[in-house]
Ligand binder design. Structure first.
Ligand SMILES: Nc1ncnc2c1ncn2[C@@H]1O[C@H](COP(=O)(O)OP(=O)(O)OP(=O)(O)O)[C@@H](O)[C@H]1O
Length: 683
């Protein structure tokens, strides 16, 4: 049953300019430190517990690559005002069915890799870097480090040479785990990473870039030891031949040095202790243990270098759930060949995604429904209306599920029970649409500094536009942001979100100045996000302090909130709202949803592909009109309406730097890249 109040005021009376601290309704008297205080105090205890309880249960699943199929496509682009056609080659994977390790087999590999790490000289308290795509081997490396008291530092696999070099050099990493196809980038930096001694890589020999292994083995300065390079399989074999006892760290030792994705500046290394991780797992169990439990199947595809994915997987490991690894490139049937996509092959019961993923799924469904013709579109709309009116579990809701939404649900394997959205704000429209047509989406709010979740909405409290209640390992208070009018004395208390508790970390690695700026002396982490307490004790995130812009009229607008609202415009695949303090209103830069934009262009009588469409005035005006209609419907004030829009034709990706590695907007880079276009239309 849903509680009346999701959070409870605790502790001393509020200080001037602040609200009182609040804690979760499930544990107001004490903060949770572990799922089993006394027996689980470090990260390595989680896997030990899983093996004790679930040794023969399927743990980690993967798909082998049977073949890679290349297909050529013609792509039209505008170069120097002229349309040119380029040939591009796409690679599609033919994959096997899922294969599984039990928890006992997973542990066997962790023990072997832990032993191998010690055998090659990686000592407790040293740092080992994981620069790899999400996979079971990533988890083997991390858990092996945890077992030997070695800190693992994470690096997104989308990092280029500069970022990689920084993430090896800052913590003086002794070794690195990577994938065959990333060896080329690694080879490009090894001359400048003197601390590095060991390289372990996985993946087929055919993925190793020509010459990369020779460069790795030969590029060292005089006097430096040559690099030792191992395949993952050889490393496991070596560990089995040279077993080492585990060397467990203490709870306050740093288990993971995790770099933020850098949406507000250069990435910072957050020092996450064993105790922080264990507290997060305990808190999730206490709050939503009834849905994160044994028997569930989880599709793991987000980057493990991001705290949300890592924390979620550790929570599932604790309860002995099944985790099947997949990739954004192979999720759907359309993105693979001669086999099912990961979603239908695995049939997950729980899915986690960032808002960009949910937006893509919603727009994909909308565009399919539209293409199915007027009658089917009408039936779909009726189904939406019936379930909205009747509610989840009602006769009407169940009928709509059966008759209208079954096909949509089958697209994700047909077994989904819950989905979690986090990492950035999701629009109400998208959350509501998918919660009706696909699966209940609950929100979580958190950050690397809080070891993932600091608020989470239990499904029985389901509602939109809130990130939930404080998790039981974290207390939360709001502190006034005077200049923007966010105050604890407002009728619904508002202010900057400050957090404290066992899952909140204590600082950045080698960045004392930044640590002092972000943590108070009494342990509160100042998140920089602005929040609001709702009447039922849930928290809503209104914006990020750094993204509040004062317009020429003197009023503040909240860029991220506007992005999440305008983001539901069907023509936008990605949107950045941009504002200048000399202007009276904001504007938007958009990477369009190609199919939906094509449909619009057709209706306007504009032909050509994306390169042509984005430069057409009629198309641009129609998109702007649609955006402002979306804004008006969401109740935006006139000064929050967009004055102009720039449409772009290059996809925004972490590789071209327009998104961060966690798929968030890299505002500076987008504004720089499209400066000319923005200046041309923005007053
Ligand atoms: N559900 C949510 N709603 C709104 N914002 C969210 C939500 N979840 C996370 N965020 C945003 O993400 C931030 C944490 O992100 P993360 O720790 O991944 O670092 P980053 O923003 O990617 O990088 P950096 O801190 O370097 O800018 C939060 O402070 C908040 O602004």
């Amino acid at each position: 049953m849903a509680p009346k109040q999701g959070s409870v005021e605790v502790g001393p009376p509020a200080q001037p300019g602040q609200g009182r601290a609040r804690r979760s309704f499930v544990s107001p008297d004490e903060l949770v430190t572990s799922p089993q205080p006394g027996s689980i105090s470090v990260l390595a205890h989680i896997l030990d517990h899983a093996v004790d309880e679930f040794a023969d249960v399927q743990a980690l699943g993967w798909r082998d690559t049977i073949d890679v199929i290349k297909e050529d496509k013609d792509v039209k682009k505008i170069v120097g005002g002229k349309e040119v056609t380029e040939k591009k080659t796409w690679s599609y994977f033919h994959l096997s069915d899922y294969k599984w390790w039990t928890y006992a087999q997973f542990k066997e590999n962790v023990d072997a890799v832990g032993s191998a790490l010690r055998h090659v000289g990686c000592e407790p308290n040293s740092v080992f870097n994981i620069y790899s795509a999400t996979s079971r081997h990533w988890q083997v490396m991390a858990n092996a480090c945890a077992q030997q008291g070695i800190t693992f530092a994470t690096a997104y696999d989308s990092l280029g040479e500069q970022g990689l070099q920084h993430s090896i050099n800052e913590p003086s990493a002794y070794g690195i785990f990577t994938n065959a196809n990333l060896l080329h980038t690694l080879a490009g930096v090894v001359a400048k990473t003197p601390s590095l001694r060991i390289v372990v890589y996985d993946g087929p020999a055919s993925d190793v870039p020509p010459g990369a292994l020779d460069t790795l083995k030969s590029t060292r300065k005089e006097g430096e030891d040559p690099l030792q390079v191992y395949t993952f399989d050889d490393f496991v074999k070596m560990g089995k031949e040279h077993p080492s006892e585990p060397h467990l760290p203490g709870p306050e030792d740093v288990a993971c040095l995790m770099y933020t994705s850098g949406s507000t500046g250069p990435p910072k290394g957050v020092q996450i202790t064993n105790a922080n991780i264990v507290a997060t797992i305990g808190a999730v169990q206490k709050l939503i243990g009834h849905i994160v439990c044994k028997g569930e199947t989880y599709l793991a595809y987000l980057p493990l270098a991001h705290i949300m994915e890592f924390a979620v997987e550790m929570c599932f490991m604790y309860v002995g759930a099944r985790m099947g690894y997949g990739s954004v490139k192979t999720l759907t049937d359309a993105s693979v060949r001669n086999c099912l996509g990961d979603l239908r092959a695995l049939q997950p019961t729980i899915l986690v995604g960032v808002p960009a993923v949910w937006e893509t799924i919603r727009k994909g469904i909308v565009s399919k429904v539209k293409a199915s013709g007027a009658v089917k579109s009408k039936v779909f709309d009726l189904g939406m209306a019936a379930k909205r009116f009747g509610g989840r579990g009602s006769f009407l809701g169940n009928l709509a599920d059966k008759v209208v939404f079954e096909a949509v649900k089958q697209g994700t394997g047909g077994k989904l029970k819950y989905a979690l959205s986090g990492g950035a704000p999701i629009s109400k429209e998208t959350q509501e649409f998918l919660s009706i047509a696909l699966v209940l989406i609950i929100q979580g709010y958190g950050m690397t500094e809080s070891t993932a979740m600091c608020c989470l909405l239990p499904p029985e409290m389901h509602q939109y536009q809130t990130v939930g209640v404080p998790v039981p390992s974290c207390e939360v208070k709001l502190v006034d942001v005077e200049e923007a009018g966010y105050k604890s004395s407002n009728s619904t208390p508002e202010g900057e979100i400050w957090i404290r508790g066992p899952s909140v970390t204590k600082g950045y690695y080698k960045q004392d100045d930044l640590t002092k700026e972000a943590w108070t002396d009494d342990g509160w982490f100042m998140t920089g996000d602005v929040g609001r307490w709702n009447k039922d004790g849930t928290l809503s995130v209104i914006d990020r302090k750094k993204n509040l812009v004062k317009l020429s009229g003197g009023e503040y607008i909240a860029l991220e909130r506007l992005e999440s609202l305008y983001g539901s415009c069907e023509y936008a695949a990605r949107i950045m709202v941009h504002a200048d303090s000399n202007a009276s209103r904001p504007m938007a830069v958009i990477f369009p949803h190609e199919q939906n934009l094509k449909q619009l262009a057709k209706e306007l009588g504009v032909s050509g592909d994306i390169g042509t469409m984005v430069h057409d005035d009629k198309v641009r005006d129609a998109v702007l009109k649609n955006l402002n209609a979306v804004g008006k419907k969401a109740g935006l004030k006139p000064l929050e309406q967009l004055s102009s829009v720039v449409l772009t034709d290059e996809e925004w990706t972490p590789q071209n730097g327009l998104l961060t590695a966690a798929q968030k907007l890299n505002r500076k880079k987008i504004a720089q890249t499209y400066k000319q276009e923005i200046d041309a239309v923005y007053p």
